[in-house]
Design a protein around this ligand. Structure first.
Ligand code: XMP
Length: 524
């Protein structure tokens, strides 16, 4: 196993992720853990992380002496390289100007870490790496016993190694995806240099997480807001595995879920997993509060507020509960950690189950905090959740409330649910021949929007005057920008004809061909 010492970088979790991708177990701990802790941990290798943006004031952070006494391989990254240099007798020049972004690094000599690892070679035959740099300070003199491993014109010592001791360090960031050979570099370090077996799989994460949850919770009771979304579902399944009936899930059904979704959630958690689930059917209450409200922001606020109220009322009934469990995942942690620049205007006030107030007076249990979305999905499958559920497109907290434009009425919700189910069914069953994947898997998010306007149509011999829906399907990697999906005409044709024939009350189907920006993915 690998010990990652965190000096406060924003991307330390990415290091852990790369190590897990190499199928090796790792843990992140603060850089100032004790020597005894490190000896007891008995790592096969240690990675020293970078540090956050203003390293300048913090350049006194050091790795504990045990790191150098254990005799195991050490990899220093960015600040980790600098502290390695300082602690082992080299020199660093501290500066407050930064070099940031893409760089091409020349790999020198034949170190175990970088031998033969390259993206291209220069006409002179030098191996070159395409990397991501983000640093101000840099190493200016190698410590005794070290040789040069990498360099750039502006950073002559961009990598160093003491191969007798198996110490390696790089100034660039191999953990970010912009460093093309990053996965290979981690693979080499943890598997070849540290000799870790590479037999760790997501399934093992379950055991570790189960042990941690039991340890944290003891015999106390936990409540969790189940939404049917991936994160809360995986968190529920994991916690249920750990503590069984000490967990109560509260599933607030606001009546704005997809067709049969409430039933599916109950079948899965109460039926198959035998978890305790309180199903709160609050549809009437939500509809009541939404009556006559047309403004999108106001609708969002009402749904968010009602959700909290209903949940709180249920939580109060479970008076033994000491913990509130949430499916917070690592990107949520980063987002709420204030690393994003403050938006000048609120585009949309997002709400999800994660946003419950602290007034409940409960301790927080967040077992997915360290994981990325795709790892959460993998974990869900390993826990036995159906892949269809785990690989579902994201669904917004306010649900169909933001997909029924203007006032939300029960009859609109009913039409929309049925039209949307047809769209999704056809996306799932239509295979794109080149990739062999379904159009559902080829799109990042797809759904139907209800437009509360009527248009004229003809059906049989009669005139119709019915509602319109819009189909929306987008492709995106981060949901910050998105392209509308170029679905085949034949698929659109089939969906349109099925909706108009099967959902009485809708006589026109349109396809949304707007990208984000300037449009957003949801219509409200
Ligand atoms: P927009 O419409 O802003 O959506 O382009 C970007 C992504 O966010 C989802 N979304 C939400 N998710 N609570 C959520 O949990 C919300 O209030 C919310 N509003 C939008 C949207 O579905 C898309 O994936």
């Amino acid at each position: 196993k690998i010990l990652i010492l965190d000096f406060g970088s924003q991307v330390t979790q990415l290091i852990a992720r790369r190590v897990r991708e190499a199928h090796v177990y790792c843990e992140i701990h603060p850089n100032d853990v004790s020597d005894d802790f490190i000896r007891a941990f008995a790592p096969q290798g240690i990675i020293l992380s970078g540090s956050h943006a203003s390293t300048y004031e913090d350049h006194q952070l050091r790795a504990p002496q045990a790191v150098w006494d254990l005799g195991v391989p050490v990899l220093g990254i960015c600040y980790g390289m600098q502290t390695m240099a300082v602690q082992l007798g080299g020199e660093v020049s501290w500066s407050d100007t930064r070099e940031f972004g893409y760089a091409e690094v020349r790999a020198h000599g034949h170190t175990e870490l970088l031998k033969g690892v390259q993206d291209f070679s220069t006409p002179e035959g030098h191996g070159m790496l395409k990397v991501w740099m983000s640093h101000g300070d840099k190493v200016t003199a190698l410590p005794p016993g070290f040789k040069l491993m990498a360099s750039t014109p502006s950073c002559p010592i961009a990598g160093m190694a003491n191969e007798d001791k198996r110490y390696y360090a790089v100034q660039f960031h191999p953990e970010v995806t912009h460093t093309v050979q990053g996965p290979e570099i981690f693979n080499r370090f943890v598997r070849e240099i540290c000799g870790c077996a590479g037999d760790w799989i997501m399934g093992n994460y379950i055991e570790e997480a189960v042990a941690r949850i039991r340890d944290q919770v003891g015999d106390e009771e936990v409540i969790l807001g189940l939404s049917g979304g991936v994160d809360s579902s995986v968190a529920a399944a994991l916690i249920h595995r750990a503590i069984g009936d000490q967990l109560t899930c509260v599933f607030v059904d606001h009546g704005l879920l997809r067709l049969n979704e409430g039933q599916m959630v109950m079948d899965m958690f109460a039926g198959r997993l035998h978890a305790k689930v309180v199903h709160v059917d609050a549809a009437a209450q939500f509809m009541g509060h939404l009556k006559g409200v047309t403004d999108p922001e106001q609708k969002r606020k009402i749904i968010g507020r009602e959700f909290v109220e209903v949940f709180q009322a249920e939580a109060k009934k479970l008076s033994n509960a000491k913990w509130l469990a949430q499916g917070t995942i690592y990107p949520d942690v980063v987002e709420s950690g204030g690393t994003k620049t403050k938006k000048a205007t609120t585009i949309k006030s997002h709400h999800n189950v994660g946003g419950l107030p602290e007034t409940l007076g409960l301790k927080l249990l967040e077992p997915l905090r360290e994981l990325f979305k795709d790892e959460v999905r993998e974990l869900g499958v390993a826990l036995g959740l159906p892949p269809d559920m785990v690989y579902r497109h994201p669904f917004p907290g306010p649900g169909l409330g933001v997909r029924i434009l203007g006032e939300v009425k029960p009859e609109f919700a009913d039409l929309l649910k049925r039209a949307d189910a047809i769209f999704i069914e056809e996306l799932r069953s239509t295979i794109e021949p080149n990739s062999g994947k379904s159009w559902y898997d080829l799109t990042s998010q797809a759904f139907t929007v209800f437009l509360p306007v009527k248009s004229v149509g003809v059906m049989g011999d009669g005139r119709t005057y019915d509602y319109v829906v819009a189909l929306r399907a987008v492709q995106t990697s981060d949901f910050m920008t998105a392209d509308w999906a170029e679905l085949p005409y034949s698929l659109l044709k089939k969906v349109s004809s099925r909706i108009i024939n099967e959902v009485r009350g809708i006589n026109r189907v349109t396809y949304d061909v707007s990208s984000k920006p300037p449009a957003t993915i949801e219509w409200e």
